[in-house]
Design a protein around this ligand. Structure first.
Ligand SMILES: Cc1cc2nc3c(=O)[nH]c(=O)nc-3n(C[C@H](O)[C@H](O)[C@H](O)COP(=O)(O)O)c2cc1C
Ligand code: SF4
Ligand code: SF4
Length: 364
């Protein structure tokens, strides 16, 4: 199939997005100018930075690379509510889909509802409330819902307690969509030359984003779409086309990114869109929506087994020795310049399958 024929559009809160990619809250959407710059790239959905009542000053430094594809941040930088109202006014004329995000965690539910009402007058395509306290978030939704007509979303923190109960209550209170998740923290990283934390916050701690947090997000999206039938933005560690596919397979509708474009530039959206087309064309998938929720079916079909053991395909094995080094059971051995598995020692843990560079091992 030709990659140009692949359909990447997805329906989200009454809009058809050009692709399932979102730029969520962060420095890249901290003002009208930054949002307009982002909108020049292949992004289906843009969230403003979390809007708060007062402008805030960031501790220096407040963003640092951590590991290969991860970021730590202690970002409080904000232009404040009055400036945001002006910026949202300036964004009324636009050709992209915009979610105005309210940093609910900094205000009471009552203030959040007042802010939402003012923001709704500037006609964003949706409003999202972000919070760490489920009861406060629920109260904010209950107060906001009757006061705004635009679709209302919530963005959840990682590891939200009582997830099923909270989600069902939020749906009953009238939310239309969910984003999961915010960065994970607090976390701490230290400069090993000086012993000084790499973030400039008061206790040196910050929040972690990027590839390391992706499995937490994937499980989160999987659980949310198990509990409620709402469109979900999966955000946390998305870097490449396969990550977007993973978000869709566990039930998500849109995949968000912040660390990736911060580290690699906004062009990452253009590249991921292109990779996604090629990836799907190569698998003969004409429409990305076909993948949504596939994992829910596959998990239901899966048979629990305790009998599987590693089997090497001698046609593919190059005798590189990696499986011999990683196996804690010492099951693979070298014999006559080939590697074979001593089945009686193998316990079927699967580690060698996942590390073999030739994909020469399967559990059978
Ligand atoms: C520097 C920085 C600032 C952020 N500011 C906000 C914010 O204001 N509101 C919010 O809900 N999330 C904020 N986030 C979280 C991101 O929107 C996103 O949920 C998180 O970084 C995980 O996605 P990622 O791994 O693609 O970065 C911020 C993230 C970073 C790195
Ligand atoms: S890791 Fe793979 S290629 Fe290397 S010896 Fe083991 S089976 Fe062969
Ligand atoms: S599956 Fe686990 S126990 Fe078996 S050979 Fe591979 S690494 Fe060793």
């Amino acid at each position: 199939m030709r990659s140009s024929k692949v359909n990447l559009t997805v329906d989200f809160l009454g809009h058809t997005l050009r692709n399932p990619l979102a730029l969520t809250e962060g420095p890249l959407t901290g003002s009208v100018a930054r949002i307009r710059r982002a909108a020049e790239h292949s992004i289906g959905l843009i969230f403003t930075k979390g809007i708060r009542p007062q402008p805030a000053v960031s501790p220096n430094p407040f963003i640092a690379k951590s590991g290969r594809n991860n970021l730590m941040n202690a970002d409080w930088s904000d232009i404040g509510f009055e400036q945001w109202l002006e910026d949202l006014d300036a964004l009324r004329e636009r050709d992209f889909v915009l979610v105005a995000s309210i940093a609910k965690n900094y205000v009471t539910p009552e203030v959040a509802a007042d802010m939402a009402e003012e923001i709704a007058k500037r006609q964003p395509d949706a409003i999202s409330l972000v919070d760490y306290d489920p009861d406060d978030l629920l109260r904010a939704v209950k107060l906001t819902r009757p006061r705004v007509k635009v679709p209302l979303m919530v963005k959840l923190c990682p590891f939200m307690p009582r997830l099923e109960e909270v989600l069902k209550a939020l749906v009953a209170a009238g939310i239309d969509g969910v984003a999961a998740m915010d960065s994970i923290g607090p976390v701490l990283a230290v400069d090993t030359q000086t012993g000084i934390p790499i973030m400039g916050s008061a206790d040196g701690s910050g929040y972690l984003s990027g590839n390391a947090i992706k499995p937490v997000m994937i499980k989160y999206v999987y659980d949310i779409t198990r509990f409620v039938d709402l469109p979900v933005v999966g955000v946390g560690g998305v870097n490449r086309a396969e990550d977007v596919v993973e978000v869709m397979m566990v039930g998500g509708t849109v995949a968000g990114m912040v660390a990736a474009p911060l580290l690699r530039g906004l062009q990452v959206f253009d590249r991921v869109e292109g990779q996604l087309r090629k990836h799907l064309a190569g698998r003969d998938v004409a429409d990305i929506n076909e993948l949504r929720g596939l994992t829910h079916c596959r998990v239901a079909e899966a048979q629990l087994t305790h009998e599987a053991r590693a089997v090497i395909d001698p046609q593919k094995c190059t005798n590189c020795g990696l499986c011999r080094r990683v196996c804690f059971q010492q099951a693979p051995i070298e014999e006559n310049d080939t590697t074979r598995i001593r089945v009686e020692l193998c316990v079927g843990c699967g580690l060698c399958v996942s590390v073999c560079p030739q994909k020469a091992i399967a559990l059978g």
